[in-house]
Design a protein around this ligand. Structure first.
Ligand code: SF4
Ligand SMILES: [Zn+2]
Length: 129
């Protein structure tokens, strides 16, 4: 712990204490002893900030790892896929979208679909020839 470069760390009370108490583990263990030391420590704020930034383990700044995690802002939920919106009328895509939705097709879509079908037929005819 003495190799920490930050000058605030030099004033850390835990450096003069049994480090084990800052890592309470197992049944019946408690962070109370570490909290008591932190409560008297002159660099609690710096320590806590450092722990939040680095994700350090154990009791730091008077808080357990779990308590610090719950302080962190949660990652935003992934955005929902945008609503595809109304079909692009006047395209074959729009025409198919009308059919998929069970709605009546509109004239611009029928027109676009007719053009696509006609073009495909022409291509087939050309290829067959
Ligand atoms: S707040 Fe607690 S863990 Fe942080 S430096 Fe002080 S005694 Fe150590
Ligand atoms: Zn349409």
């Amino acid at each position: 712990m003495t190799s920490r470069p930050d000058p605030w760390w030099l004033s850390a009370l835990c450096a003069q204490t049994d480090p084990e108490i800052f890592f309470p583990q197992g049944k019946g263990s408690s962070p109370a002893a570490a909290r008591k030391v932190c409560a008297r420590c002159p660099v609690t704020a710096q320590c806590l900030e450092d722990a939040l930034r680095t994700g350090a383990g154990g009791v730091r700044g008077g808080l357990t790892e779990h308590e610090r995690r719950s302080m962190q802002p949660r990652a935003p939920k992934p955005a929902r896929r945008p609503n595809p919106g109304p079909p692009e009328c006047g395209t074959t895509r729009g025409y198919r979208a009308h059919l998929r939705r069970g709605e009546p097709t509109c004239e611009p879509c029928r027109e676009a679909n007719r053009a696509t079908v006609t073009a495909r037929r022409e291509r087939l005819r050309r290829d067959a020839a």
